[in-house]
Write a protein that binds this ligand. Structure first.
Ligand SMILES: [Zn+2]
Ligand SMILES: [Zn+2]
Length: 374
C-alpha cells in the first residue's frame, strides 16, 4: 500500500508530493488514516527557517497539528486511552510526539518536557519504517501504548476543527493549567491567532474575571470577543509597547494582570508581556520558538518575583479536556469554526503562502489553515 506525503528538503520552502510506502501495523500500534493537518505557527517558522541555522535540512514530512480515523488496529489494541472501545473508522485525537517514559522528566510526569521526545517523521529517512508518517501525509503510525482519545459523538462534521486540537488547543490548555489560572484572575493573551483564540476561551472557562486579548487585526479581536474575551487591545490603536502595558494596567486596577500567555512568536512580545504581569504573577511563553534575542535588566524577574514558564508540548490528558470543552461550549463559542481555509494536500504550497504572516503588514488574513489529506 502507498500513501501520499508532502516532503520538505533543504531551505527553499518548496513542498514535494511523494508516494511512500505505508507501514504495516505491528502489535500495539494504531495506523491512522489522516483527515487533515493545520498549518501551525511552528510549521511556518520551520519552512521559513527562523528557528535554525543555515545548514540545509534533511528531507522530512512536516505537520504535527492533525487528526484522523483508525485505518487499522494492531494486535491487542481494542480501546482508546480511557478504555472506550475503538474500531476501524473511529475518529481519534492523539499527541503527535512520543514521550520516552524512561527519563527523569517522564518519571516526574513532565511528559511535555521529555528529553528524548521522539517524532518519527522528523528523524527518519523515508526508506525506513514507518515511511509515510507525518501530519502532511495520508498516514501516521501511533507507537505501542501511545495515547489516543475517541472523538465524542456530539462533535459531528468538524474534521477541520479537530485537526487543531492536538497542537494549538492542547498546547494552550496545558499553558492555562501551568499558569494555575484561578477563579477571578485577570489574564492577558498576546496574539489572537488559533492558539490565542483557544487560550481566550479556555481562560474564560477556567474562571478568569477578565481576559484581555492583544492583536493587530480587527477581525481576530472581534472573534476573541465572541470566544470569551472581556476586552481587547488593538496594536494599531495602541501602537507602542508602553501604551499597551499602560492599557493593561489601566484595565487591571493599576496592578497588571495575574497571568499572561504569549502566543505571538515575536521575541519582543515577551519583553512587553513580562511588563504586563503584576508583581508575583505568572508569564507563560509558548509562541517564541524563534532565535531572536531580547535583553532586559538581569534583576527584572526577581524584582517582580515572576514565574516565567517556557512551554512546548503538553501532557496527554489535556486532549480529553479539550474534547470535553468543545462539546460543552459548542453553542457558546464558535471554536469549531476557527479554521478559515482548507486546501487539498496537492495545494499545500498555497496553504502555507496564505497562512504565512511574516512580511505581510497586518499578518495573514487566515485564522487557521487546514490541509486535508486527500
Ligand atoms: Zn504546532
Ligand atoms: Zn522521557
Amino acid at each position: 500500500m502507498k500513501g501520499l506525503a508532502a516532503t520538505l528538503e533543504g531551505n527553499d520552502g518548496i513542498f514535494n508530493i511523494e508516494e511512500l510506502e505505508v507501514p504495516a501495523v505491528e502489535p500495539g500500534t494504531i495506523l491512522i488514516r489522516n483527515t487533515g493537518a493545520a498549518v501551525c505557527g511552528s510549521d511556518l517558522h520551520q519552512r521559513r527557517n527562523s528557528m535554525a541555522s543555515d545548514t540545509p535540512k534533511p528531507k522530512k514530512i512536516a505537520g504535527h497539528e492533525f487528526t484522523g480515523i483508525v485505518h487499522s488496529l494492531g494486535k491487542g489494541v481494542t480501546t482508546d486511552s480511557l478504555r472506550r472501545p475503538i474500531a476501524e473508522g473511529d475518529r481519534l485525537v492523539f499527541p503527535f510526539f512520543f514521550p520516552c517514559m524512561r527519563c527523569i522528566n517522564c518519571l516526574k510526569n513532565q511528559l511535555h518536557a521529555c528529553a528524548y521526545r521522539a517524532r518519527p517523521n522528523m528523524v527518519n529517512t523515508f526508506e525506513e519504517y514507518p515511511y509515510c508518517d507525518g501530519g502532511f501525509s495520508q498516514y501516521f503510525l501511533l507507537q505501542p501504548n501511545h495515547w489516543a482519545f475517541k472523538v465524542p459523538d456530539e462533535l459531528q462534521d468538524v474534521d477541520a476543527a479537530l485537526a487543531t486540537v492536538n497542537c494549538s488547543m492542547a498546547q494552550v490548555m496545558m499553558g492555562v493549567h501551568l499558569a494555575e489560572v484561578d477563579d477571578g484572575d485577570t489574564v492577558v493573551v498576546q496574539g489572537a491567532g488559533g492558539l490565542g483564540i483557544y487560550a481566550t476561551a479556555i481562560a474564560a472557562e477556567t474562571g478568569a474575571s477578565q481576559v484581555i486579548v492583544i492583536d493587530g487585526q480587527k477581525a481576530r479581536l472581534d472573534l476573541a470577543m465572541r470566544c470569551g474575551a472581556t476586552s481587547t487591545i488593538d496594536l494599531t490603536e495602541y501602537d507602542s509597547p508602553q501604551a499597551r502595558v499602560d492599557r493593561v494596567r489601566e484595565l487591571t486596577g493599576g496592578v497588571g494582570a495575574d497571568k499572561a500567555i504569549e502566543v505571538v512568536g515575536v521575541a519582543s512580545a515577551t519583553l512587553e508581556g513580562l511588563d504586563m504581569v503584576r508583581t508575583g504573577g505568572t508569564y507563560i511563553d509558548i509562541g517564541n520558538i524563534v532565535q531572536d534575542e531580547i535583553s532586559m535588566p538581569a534583576s527584572k524577574i526577581i524584582g517582580k518575583q515572576l514565574r516565567w514558564i517556557g512551554l512546548a508540548h503538553y501532557n496527554p490528558w489535556v486532549i480529553e479536556a479539550c474534547l470535553r470543552m468543545l462539546v460543552r461550549t459548542k453553542d457558546k463559542y464558535p471554536l469549531l469554526d476557527l479554521v478559515s481555509h482548507t486546501f487539498p494536500l496537492s495545494e499545500i504550497q498555497s496553504a502555507f503562502e496564505l497562512a504565512e504572516w511574516h512580511g505581510k503588514s497586518g499578518g495573514s488574513e487566515a485564522t487557521r489553515v487546514v490541509v486535508t489529506a486527500e
